[in-house]
Every structure is written in structure tokens, then in C-alpha cells.
Design a protein around this ligand. Structure first.
Ligand code: BES
Ligand code: ZN
Ligand code: ZN
Length: 494
């Protein structure tokens, strides 16, 4: 999809469809909407009186051959009540909804008309992100593709200037990086083993101009990553640790180094503590955290933060093979801490233990990890918010500011000392599950914290938000790409 800024007045823009949006309680149709209403001989007012155009969020009303416009169709998307409108995330949703509405209707060229007060760079960025993310399809392995594509999207009504052009580029980078992550998340586990994920990361790094190093099973053994090895040994597929580096053109001595760590279990059967068959196919997305961080690195390579960023991705399968670790086994993590593996299905925290420790060894002064870590986070937050843990609190709060700026819903979750008690083991330093008395997402986070120590750290539990089972008007069902935008915003502001 080509995205262009169009400077012509909207009425003379030639397109298969002109898209704009309308707020609730706007039935007098002020400003641009008023103009369009008059140009179309009051057809918008007529639709509103008939109750067909109510402006409720993401409602779509399509007019063919609207008079007074050169475009062949006019699509009006509902924007809801103005006081509830979140300029960035709602614009993104409106743009995605419009694209997903028009694409199956054969539209090839759309023009998106921004409203008064939203003609600046941030709006442009949000619209571009929304269009690109909305364009994502999961049909890679379908023999008969629908072959419908929006070829061109024109942005109409934006203010002129370099700020807006840069914002369009920024939006494109973010949207495409999200789709890169979503493509990886969508891959079935036979098409994306740890080795194949490493190869995909290598190809991306090469294209983006990032440094990359792949640690194979020998190197992993040499580094004594016992917690990762314990998980990996149940599979015939060897594990990998993927290390991707971004270095700014002028590195400042003593500047912070941000570590991005992502869980990449390319398939989680649960291991010997095997999962039920129902829904197990979805455990191909247990590498969502890793894919998100790789996508973030792809974006950062283009957006060029002023600090160094090192991404560490532990990649493995979690299988119940003949050599698999068993409940009750004790493994020694790279840090030297001993872990009693109570449940082999709590494998994410095990591989993250070695990954966060290794990231610190590599010089990371600040950490963010993203992981599809617990079913418990779905109990707490459903698929609405990402669970955000972290310490110190000021560091977490700074991250949550970025989440807000990026328009991603995240909610602070507790990791008080009491949760530490719940992962005490009788025979080792710690155990990999809580005491079974609830708080599963927090005990999971505490486990990781044991290996993070005092390094400022944020942990994002994306188990319930990384994948949606039902399509949304602005997003296909399947992988969402959640957390990438916030991580990128945070790195750019650091
Ligand atoms: N990968 C799962 C978590 C998960 C569940 C992700 C649902 C996406 C959707 C993780 O490895 C896991 O199995 N966690 C266990 C931990 C428990 C055994 C302490 C869980 O949440 O049940
Ligand atoms: Zn598991
Ligand atoms: Zn898992």
C-alpha cells in the first residue's frame, strides 16, 4: 500500500472512496461535515434523521456517488462522543476500520480526510499506523487468496510541512514493524522453530542494519544457561539465543543501555506437565514476546534512538520428549541460583531467568521484558490491558507514560515482597510456580525479578493481549502486535 500526502482540497480528490468521521451530537454537521452535507444535498442530515448515521464508535455508513465530491464513494465512520475521543488510538481505529471495510468491497484507492483540529503530525502518524495494521491478513498458507488490496491511501487535509511528512514515515515504520512481528507470531511451529526464528531475525537485522549474534546450543551450554537448557532438552529442536544490537551513531559514554528481552517459546505443549488438547494449537503464539521485541528493534533501527539497545531472545520449544525435564527436577540458572521445577509448563520464566541475566552481563542498565507468561493475567485483565509489572516504581511509571502516549492499554500490577514468599522452595533457592493460592501473574513476575536484581525493569505479561480470537473492526483476528508501540516510544524518549 502506497501512502501519500494529498494537498488538493478534498472535494476535488479523485479516489474510489473518501473516508471521514463524525462525532456523536454533531447532527448539525459543522465545519467539514457541514460542507459535505451541503455538497451532497443534505444526504448526511437525512441519514442522521433516519437513524442510520448515529456516529456511535466505528459505525460505518457508505454513500455511493456522493454529489459534490470527485470521489466515487463517501465512507463516514462513527467517532463516538467527542469528550470520550482519544485522538491517537481512536484515529488509528477509525483508519483501520475504514480500510478493513473498504478492502473487501474492491476499493483500490482511498482518501482519508482528517477533521478540524487533527491536521498535525500525531494524527498523521496514527492514521498511517492504523491503515497499515488494518491491512494485515493471515492468509499466507491459503492457496486461494482473496487478492483484494488497497493500493493507495491518500491523506487529505493535513497541514503542510516537514513535521507531517516525518510523521507519515514514523507511522509507516511502526505499522510495518508491527506487521513483521504479527507475521512471525502467526507462523505455525513447524514453520518457525527456534532455528528458523533465528534465521528470520538474522534476515531482518541485515536488512535493517542492526548487529546480530545467534548463540547455538553449544554456546548456550558454555554459558551455563541451565534454566533454558532444562526447558529445551525435551525437544529434538535445539534452542537458540538471539542477540540483536542497535548502536547510535554517536554513543555517549555512561549513557543507559536498554535491554529488550522477549520470551520465544515457539511451541508450548506444557512439557511433562502437559497442557490439555483443547486450544493447544494456540501455543504457537508463545513466542509473541520475542517477536514483539524483534519488531521493536526493526522499528528502532529506522527511528534511531540516542541510546544503545540490546535485544535478547531466548528461543526454544517446550516439549515432553524422552529427555524432558520432570516436575521436581532442580536446574542451575546461569546466575548460579538453583530452581526447583514444580511445573514444566511454567517454562517462560525459566528461559527469561537466563535471558535477563545474560542481558545484564552484556551491559544492559535498564530492562523491559515482554512475555506470554501466565493464564492468570487473563483472569485479572481479560484481553483489555497488558499487565505491567516493574521496579522501581518510578521506572514502571515512566514506561506507563509511554504506553499512554502510544495509546496502548496497560495496567500496573503488584509485585510486593509477599509474592516472594510464595516461590520459596524446600530444596532449592526458588521454585518456578507459586503456592497455588492465586496471584499467578505476580509470582511469575517475582520469579523473573530474582534474576533482574536491582536493575530497573519492566515486565509485560501479554498472554491475553498478544492474540485475539475475534476480529475487531480495525484489526484482523490473530496476533495484535501489542506492546511494540510502547516499547519503541519508551526507547526513543530514554
Ligand atoms: N504460555 C503459557 C501462558 C499462556 C496461557 C499464554 C494462555 C497464552 C495463553 C505459560 O507458559 C504457562 O503455561 N503458564 C502457566 C503457569 C503455571 C503452570 C504456573 C499458566 O499460566 O497456567
Ligand atoms: Zn507453559
Ligand atoms: Zn509458555
Amino acid at each position: 500500500m502506497e501512502i501519500q500526502i494529498e494537498n488538493q482540497p478534498y472535494a476535488s480528490v479523485q479516489a474510489d472512496a473518501l473516508v471521514t468521521y463524525v462525532f456523536d451530537q454533531e447532527h448539525k454537521f459543522d465545519g467539514i461535515l457541514g460542507e459535505i452535507d451541503r455538497a451532497t444535498d443534505g444526504r448526511l442530515s437525512a441519514l442522521a434523521s433516519a437513524g442510520e448515521l448515529t456516529a456511535k464508535p466505528l459505525e460505518t455508513v457508505l454513500l455511493h456517488f456522493p454529489g459534490g465530491l470527485r470521489a466515487e464513494r463517501l465512507l463516514v465512520v462513527g467517532a463516538g462522543k467527542p469528550d470520550k475521543f482519544a485522538p491517537l488510538s481512536d484515529l488509528r481505529k477509525i483508519a483501520g476500520t475504514a480500510l478493513r471495510f473498504l478492502k473487501p468491497r474492491g476499493v483500490k484507492k482511498l482518501a482519508f480526510l482528517v477533521r478540524e483540529g487533527e491536521q498535525g503530525p500525531r494524527a498523521a502518524e496514527a492514521i498511517v499506523e492504523g491503515l497499515i495494521a488494518g491491512d494485515f491478513e493471515s492468509d499466507k498458507y491459503r492457496s486461494e487468496k482473496k487478492n483484494r488490496a488497497i493500493e493507495t491511501a491518500l491523506l487529505v487535509g493535513l497541514e503542510a510541512g516537514p513535521g507531517v511528512a516525518d510523521a507519515v514515515d514514523h507511522g509507516r515504520v511502526i505499522g510495518e514493524s508491527m506487521n513483521f512481528a504479527r507475521e512471525l507470531i502467526n507462523e505455525p511451529s513447524n514453520k518457525l522453530t527456534p532455528r528458523m526464528l533465528a534465521a528470520r531475525a538474522e534476515a531482518m537485522a541485515k536488512e535493517a542494519g542492526l548487529g546480530i549474534e545467534i548463540l547455538d546450543e553449544r554456546k548456550i551450554a558454555e554459558l551455563k544457561m541451565g534454566a533454558l537448557i532444562g526447558v529445551a532438552q525435551g525437544s529434538i529442536e535445539p534452542p537458540r539465543v538471539i542477540v540483536v544490537r542497535y548502536t547510535p551513531a554517536e554513543p555517549r559514554p555512561g549513557a543507559p543501555v536498554l535491554g529488550l528481552v522477549g520470551k520465544a517459546v515457539t511451541f508450548d505443549t506444557g512439557g511433562i506437565s502437559i497442557k490439555p488438547a483443547n486450544n493447544m494449537e494456540k501455543m504457537k503464539y508463545d513466542m509473541g514476546g520475542g517477536a514483539t521485541m524483534l519488531g521493536a528493534m526493526r522499528a528502532l533501527a529506522a527511528l534511531k534512538p540516542s541510546i544503545s539497545v540490546i535485544c535478547v531472545i531466548p528461543a526454544t520449544e517446550n516439549m515432553p520428549g524422552g529427555r524432558a525435564q520432570k516436575p521436581g527436577d532442580v536446574v542451575v540458572a546461569m546466575s548460579g541460583k538453583t530452581i526447583e521445577v514444580i511445573n514444566t509448563d511454567a517454562e517462560g520464566r525459566l528461559i527469561l531467568a537466563d535471558a535477563v541475566f545474560y542481558a545484564r552481563k552484556l551491559g544492559c542498565t535498564h530492562l523491559i521484558d515482554a512475555a506470554t507468561l501466565t493464564g492468570a493475567i487473563e483472569v485479572a485483565l481479560a484481553n483489555v490491558h497488558v499487565g505491567a509489572f516493574g521496579a522501581p516504581r518510578e521506572y514502571l511509571d515512566r514506561f506507563l507514560e509511554s504506553a499512554k502516549a502510544a495509546g496502548e492499554k496497560m495496567w500496573p500490577m503488584p509485585i510486593d515482597d509477599e509474592y516472594e514468599e510464595m516461590i520459596k522452595s524446600t530444596i532449592a533457592d526458588i521454585r518456578n510456580t507459586g503456592s497455588g493460592k492465586g496471584g499467578g501473574a505476580s509470582t511469575g513476575a517475582w520469579f523473573i525479578k530474582e534474576f533482574v536484581d536491582d536493575t530497573p525493569w519492566v515486565h509485560l505479561d501479554i498472554a491475553s493481549t498478544c492474540w485475539i480470537d475475534e476480529a475487531r473492526p480495525w484489526l484482523a483476528k490473530g496476533p495484535t502486535g501489542v506492546a511494540l508501540r510502547s516499547v519503541v516510544d519508551f526507547a526513543l524518549k530514554m
